[in-house]
Design a protein around this ligand. Structure first.
Ligand SMILES: Cc1cc2nc3c(=O)[nH]c(=O)nc-3n(C[C@H](O)[C@H](O)[C@H](O)COP(=O)(O)O)c2cc1C
Length: 332
């Protein structure tokens, strides 16, 4: 039985609308154009780019320019910016809007030491006033919705998500994504969904819940517990774009769809390989595909052995052969 309306509706984000509440998290080194196209194909409601540094955009590094390429089938798409100076962020946001972003997202959660040392990401979130000033400059600079992605706080002793969210709402954000971990946790331990509920209760803007959603039941549980308007899925989508279709199916029907067969996994890995090579060329494409290929076959019998062969493949064709012969091995 279909369950329309129950966690299964479009999510308005300012003037943009995500067609459904199952979003893909921004992941540096992962959520490039080929990944995002596959996620959208599986029905993901909103994709995010990898974080892009304001300065890199302004000084137009070639790699960053490629990171700003958006395919027509990706919309709606949020482009995520990382920076700490209002002027530079406003300028970067204008470039991002020109490139076709539907939403400009601001990273206030990255825990990486080199980011924190620059006063960006989760370091900026420690100072809600400064973070709000930054957001406000970006809101003034562009004619499209601006969102923010935050963490629970800096440390167990320094939890400030509710205060920060209120400030950001005052500065004009159209939605807030909350990752239920503090900075000092990086990605370890369990995400605290309670704080997502507290933020939801404190602001009127849509709240996107993030942390440890791995499938339909956990997505529904997070939405039930926190009242969040959408869920954002990160690591469970690595080598697994099907997770978006599975979660949507579960939210709509309460049924868990079966996972992909080994044949489907290999076929998707080969398509991903071809897309990444078309987008980045054979050298970078092959290097970047190594981790994706390993994720696609993770958990299948004999995957560990094939993994080391994948890492040594010297051409896209060789990698495709390794993937296909792995399947033959599985049948035997
Ligand atoms: C490899 C990797 C790269 C990430 N890069 C970003 C990023 O660029 N911007 C960001 O806001 N969060 C980034 N994150 C955090 C995720 O967006 C997400 O908040 C986190 O993985 C928790 O969600 P999950 O439990 O569904 O994985 C990254 C996470 C991973 C694992």
């Amino acid at each position: 039985m279909d369950r329309p309306g129950r966690h299964n509706r479009p999510v308005p984000i300012g003037t943009a609308t995500a067609p459904n509440p199952v979003f893909a998290a921004p992941m540096a080194g992962v959520t490039d154009l080929p990944f995002r196209v596959l996620a959208r194909e599986q029905g993901c409601g909103l994709v995010y780019t990898e974080m892009l540094s304001d300065k890199a955009l302004i000084y137009s590094h070639r790699r960053t320019e490629r990171m700003l390429t958006i395919a027509p089938e990706e919309h709606p798409i949020a482009v995520q910016l990382l920076g700490s100076e209002p002027g530079a962020m406003a300028e970067a946001a204008r470039l991002v809007a020109e490139a076709g972003a539907d939403i400009v997202d601001i990273n206030l959660g990255c825990p990486a030491p080199k980011v924190v040392r620059n006063g960006e990401g989760s370091a900026l979130a420690r100072d809600p006033e400064k973070a709000a000033a930054l957001v406000s400059a970006v809101v003034r600079a562009v004619d499209r919705p601006v969102t923010a992605k935050i963490r629970k706080g800096w440390s167990p002793e320094e939890v400030n998500a509710v205060e920060l969210a209120r400030r950001l709402e005052g500065a004009g954000v159209a939605a807030i994504a909350v990752h239920g971990r503090v900075r000092t946790q990086f990605y370890s331990g369990q995400a605290d969904w309670g704080v997502i509920g507290e933020v939801k209760a404190a602001v009127r803007t849509p709240v996107i819940g993030n942390g440890d959603v791995v499938g339909g039941p956990s997505a529904e549980a997070m939405m039930d517990l926190t009242g969040c308007d959408a869920v954002m899925i990160g690591r469970a989508a690595l080598g697994n774009p099907w997770v978006f279709a599975q979660v949507r199916e579960f939210l709509a029907t309460g049924r868990e769809a079966p996972g992909p067969s080994p044949e489907e996994r290999v076929a998707m890995a080969v398509r991903h390989l071809q897309a990444i090579v078309a987008h980045k060329g054979p050298v970078i494409g092959l290097l970047e595909m190594r981790k994706h290929a390993a994720w696609y076959i993770h958990g299948l019998r004999g995957a560990a052995r094939v993994r080391s062969r994948l890492m040594e493949a010297t051409s896209p064709e060789a990698m495709e052969d390794i993937l296909r012969s792995f399947l033959v091995g599985l049948e035997g």
